[in-house]
Ligand binder design. Structure first.
Ligand SMILES: NC(=O)c1ccc[n+]([C@@H]2O[C@H](COP(=O)([O-])OP(=O)(O)OC[C@H]3O[C@@H](n4cnc5c(N)ncnc54)[C@H](OP(=O)(O)O)[C@@H]3O)[C@@H](O)[C@H]2O)c1
Length: 319
């Protein structure tokens, strides 16, 4: 006879990528410590998750509809969970947006903020009161290194993740009083649908509203290097899921956790200079003045990773 699952975990955005990988990783836990409510906005997209979950379906995993942009959908989903008991919330649903702001509409920008920031706020408005009452719960948010540091042509996406980080820093103080934990997972580039969608949207973008220099910078600098950055530095969704599981299982989970050690030197620049100039100057020089060295470094990292034939050694999974 198997032991009863201990923790109810609700995860958003499980139709693909990181959300799918986390849902599968937790549902397949050998010690069966989790009951996973894997949610997605369109149940028509559940085939990949069902295939990856295999025999866990209907046992340690249940799939539910949840659109983070719709309060009613969140309420229905949470109310359908026995006693509305969510021990761990993994707020993962999100979307990207790249390009010059002159070529993006305010509506597109609002959709990004509505999904990445207000999506989290809506979830917490529904789930936080129950967690406070029980004085128990762990809120895990898939943020990004772009929640710490902006990147060229990711202005609105970075703003949405900065909003998430500021919101969570404030909330974490109150959460402590209720014995709740908050953890921001900050991946660098991850090879998922996100990367493909964002790149394809960038290629199709109408750049006529931008001046020639900006349009050229976006096409011939940013988009040109986009794939090689993901190929050199990119993690898999499974890597990020493994990091997330370790944070969930940690006795004292950290408030922030970066998943990509190759990227950490860049975010360290932010903390090293209170004036904020160091990371901006470094990115500027890397992109516009030392682009050959930058590309050579990316190729070198790619080669090293190809030779080691794995992306990252995360050590043995915790029991
Ligand atoms: N990939 C990266 O390089 C990277 C790096 C750092 C952080 N992140 C963050 O990681 C998270 C997951 O991204 P990913 O890389 O796994 O991309 P992904 O494969 O595109 O997954 C994004 C998920 O979010 C869902 N979603 C979008 N809008 C939603 C809504 N309104 N309600 C519910 N679900 C919604 C998508 O559902 P549909 O299939 O219906 O669109 C999809 O399941 C995001 O928060 C992203 O910002 C990604």
């Amino acid at each position: 006879m198997t032991a009863m699952p201990l923790k109810n975990v609700l995860i958003t955005g499980c139709s693909s990528g990181i959300g799918l990988a986390i849902a599968v990783k937790l549902a397949k836990d050998e010690q069966k410590r989790f009951k996973v409510y894997a949610t997605m906005r369109s149940l028509a997209k559940q085939d990949d998750l069902v295939a990856a979950a295999g025999r866990c379906m209907g046992k340690t995993m249940e799939i539910k509809q949840l659109d983070v942009c719709c309060e009613e959908s969140i309420r229905n989903c949470v109310s359908g969970i026995p006693d509305r008991k969510i021990d761990i919330l993994v707020s993962n649903a999100g979307m990207g947006l790249i390009g010059p702001i002159e070529c993006q509409t305010i509506e597109q920008m609002k959709t990004v903020m509505d999904t990445n920031f207000f999506g989290l706020v809506r979830l917490l408005k529904e789930i936080l009161p129950d967690m406070k009452k029980r004085k128990n719960g762990h809120i895990v948010i898939i943020s990004s290194v772009m929640g710490i540091q902006g990147i060229l042509f990711n202005d609105v996406y970075a703003a949405s993740k900065f909003a998430v980080e500021g919101f969570c820093e404030s909330l974490a103080i109150q959460a402590l009083k209720f014995k709740l934990q908050l953890s921001l997972i900050e991946p660098g580039p991850v090879i998922t649908e996100f990367e493909r969608k964002v790149y394809e949207d960038g290629l199709k973008m109408d750049l006529s509203a931008a001046d020639k220099e900006t349009a050229d910078m976006f096409t011939n600098v940013y988009l040109k290097n986009y794939k090689s950055i993901f190929q050199s530095l990119g993690q898999t969704a499974e890597d990020v899921a493994e990091h997330t599981m370790k944070i969930i299982l940690a006795e004292n989970p950290p408030f922030r956790h970066q998943t990509n050690t190759l990227y950490t030197p860049m975010t360290t620049l932010k903390y090293a200079d209170p004036n904020g100039d160091l990371p901006i100057d470094t990115f500027y020089k890397m992109v516009f003045q030392h682009d050959k060295v930058f590309n050579a470094s990316l190729n070198f990292i790619k080669l090293l990773r190809w030779r080691s034939n794995k992306s990252f050694d995360l050590g043995k999974p915790q029991s």
